[in-house]
Structures are given as C-alpha cells and as structure tokens.
Write a protein that binds this ligand. Structure first.
Ligand SMILES: O=C(O)CCC(=O)C(=O)O
Ligand SMILES: [Fe+2]
Length: 363
C-alpha cells in the first residue's frame, strides 16, 4: 500500500515543518511504514525488542549509607558496570514506584490527546527543543524515527519556574507529578554521581561539583513509540550517545538496546518492574579519560505493543569547565580530550562532524 501523505495523517499544513508526521496516526492507519522512516540497511535493527540480554548488571542501592563495607561493595559493582557495560539497571533506588506509575500514566494520557491538542505544545522551529515533536525534533532530518516525544526543562529551579507555565495542564496532576519526579530522580542522580566518583578514586562530590553543583541542568523526555507494522525496517530512536553525564530511563516494554563494542553486538535491556536504567553519557567518558564509556544505544519498536519511556538527562551547567579530571591523569595516562566549556559541546553534537561527538575533542 502506498504510504499516506502528511495531510492524510491530519496535520495542519502550517505546522508541517515542526511535526511532519504524527507517528501515532500512521500506526493507527495500519499502512506500510512510509519511506521517510525506512532506515538504511546497516542501521536497521538486528536483535528483537524482547530478546533480552541477562548479563547487563542490575545493582541494588539498598545499603549505600548503612556501612562502609556495603558502600564499598556497591561502589565496586558500579565501577565494574561502568567500565564493562556503560549501561546498567538500579533497584532500591529511592524513587517511589507510585510516582513512577503516575508519571507514566500522565505522559500516556498526553500522547493520547487529539493531535490538535498536542500541537499546541509543538517545538518551535529554531528555538531550544522543548515541547512536543513527532518523528524528530530537528527540522533538517532526512530519515525520521518511529516516535513521538515531549521534552521539558526541569532543573535548575530557575529554568523550571520559567518553563512550568508551558507544561500541559491536563491531566491536572501533570505539572506537580513532573516536578516531584524531577526532584526524586535528581536525588538519585546525585547519589549515582557520588558512587561513580568514588569508583574512579575521586571524592564523593567530585563529579557533581565539576558539573555545576546545584546549578546542574536536567531535562525530562517522554518517548512514545507506537506499535509499528514493519519494525524491522525502522527504529524508534536512531543510534546515538547521550551528551550529558548520566541518563536515567524508565520503561515497561522492551526496546532499549546498547551496542556492546567488544562483542560487536546489540544487547537489549530487559524491563524489570520498578527498576531504572542508567546509561553513561559523553561527559563521563571524557571526565574519566575514557576509563568509562558513553554507551551507544538505540530504541527498536515492535508490532505487538506501544512503548512509553521516561528519560531523565543529567547535564552539566552550561558554564562548567569540562575535560578529563586532572587527578586521573599521569605520564602513563595522558589526557585523551581537550578541555572546553560545556556550552561549546552542544554545537559540536549538532554539527554531526564525527559519528561520536567526543571524537571532535580528541587530542
Ligand atoms: O526510549 C528509549 O529506549 C531510549 C531513549 C533514549 O536513548 C533517549 O531519549 O536518549
Ligand atoms: Fe539516549
């Protein structure tokens, strides 16, 4: 069957540049995946969304403050997971399961709104990518992803106060739940950055201070991946690394895959009830002088069920001076990257000159 034109999926023409396709409507229409979503051969998925890799570490944070021995054991587990995987799951992480459930329910309700409603929150062309988008939040993308998305700037509080008025008001708990979720996950991020610092032999607050202390930035993204009639041809989200420090992801349905470089294999992260996925971003790779790696990852879709993920990006403050931690460097371990101000990193990512952004800073 011929793919539907943009108009036939019900998008107002003046919005075409912002939301060229509603992926949800395409999914409902049961037609073949339009060419705009068909990935090049080498980019298509090779492993199914539910073919889980049981080796990805699952770490309990239960006793991080109870005794030195417990903390040392957890630090060692985190260090190993960072060095060998760059991605792991945490349980007993302190984010209430009820809050996770409410956050998912509210986001799901948002995506189920009529398209005209969602378009009221559409990302503005040229502006900072916040708000609703579909297929991509970039207007210059040739090939789109099989997802709709909603992005919010949630921290620091000065930015939250500025943006909260443009967050959805319906369901009526949307803003409050998002703010609570943001604060709870921020507490977890601080704990994890502490454990990661210690695992590198650095003081507990080293990374948190390096990325701006209380002025670090946080973005929360909800991804909605509708069922897809031809999941082998497309991706929910193309392969990438996250440009910040760490990313915390909540999922109920499988689809997140990480590239395990030493095995030349994509591995699928198993959804575990109540668990959160942690993946390392570019800033941890650079700060650790490549002891830990910013894991390449992607999302695959499936024809059985729609998938929702909630993703919290922990980013440095834009004025932070970033680079390899001098404490980790020596004659045997010279700096692999040059130093920079974090605000100069994003243009590097957007310029897409190197497949891996941090390669642009390699010495
Ligand atoms: O939804 C997923 O499984 C992946 C999301 C992700 O990697 C991202 O939004 O950066
Ligand atoms: Fe990501």
């Amino acid at each position: 069957m011929a793919p539907p034109a943009a108009e036939s999926v019900g998008i107002a023409s003046e919005k075409k540049n912002v939301v060229p396709y509603s992926v949800m409507k395409l999914s409902d229409s049961q037609m073949d995946v339009p060419e705009k979503f068909v990935k090049a051969m080498g980019e298509r998925p090779t492993v199914a969304y539910n073919d889980y890799c049981k080796e990805i570490p699952v770490i309990s944070l239960k006793n991080i403050t109870s005794s030195d021995a417990d903390r040392a054991r957890i630090v060692a587990e985190i260090g190993l997971a960072c060095a060998e995987w760059g991605i792991f799951q945490v349980v007993d992480h302190g984010v209430p399961e009820e809050l996770m459930t409410k956050m998912a329910a509210n986001s799901m309700e948002f995506f189920k709104l009529p398209l005209e409603e969602k378009l009221k929150y559409a990302t503005k062309p040229g502006g900072f990518p916040v708000g609703y988008a579909s297929g991509s939040h970039r207007s210059d993308d040739d090939i789109l992803d099989w997802r709709e998305l909603m992005v919010h700037r949630t921290l620091p509080s000065s930015i939250r106060e500025q943006d909260i008025n443009i967050w959805p008001e319906s369901p009526d708990t949307y803003r409050q739940v998002l703010a609570d979720y943001s604060d709870n996950v921020d507490t977890l991020v601080t704990s994890l950055l502490g454990l990661i610092s210690e695992s590198l032999g650095l003081p507990t607050d080293y990374i948190k201070n390096a990325v701006g202390g209380e002025k670090t930035e946080q973005k929360i993204l909800a991804n909605y991946y509708p069922q897809c009639p031809q999941p082998d041809l497309t991706l929910g989200l193309r392969s990438h690394t996250d440009y910040g420090t760490i990313t915390i992801l909540q999922q109920e349905v499988g689809g997140l895959q990480a590239y395990k470089e030493d095995r030349d294999l994509w591995v699928t992260v198993e959804p575990i009830r109540g668990a959160l996925v942690v993946n390392l971003g570019d800033q941890i790779q650079i700060l650790s002088n490549a002891k830990y790696c910013s894991v390449e990852h992607q999302a695959v879709v499936n024809s059985n069920e729609t998938r929702l993920t909630l993703v919290v990006f922990a980013n440095p403050n834009s004025l932070s001076q970033m680079g390899p931690a001098p404490e980790l460097l020596s004659e045997e371990n010279p700096a692999k990257y040059r130093s920079y101000t974090f605000k100069d990193y994003l243009p590097i990512c957007y310029a897409k000159q190197t497949k891996k952004h941090y390669d642009a800073l390699a010495i």
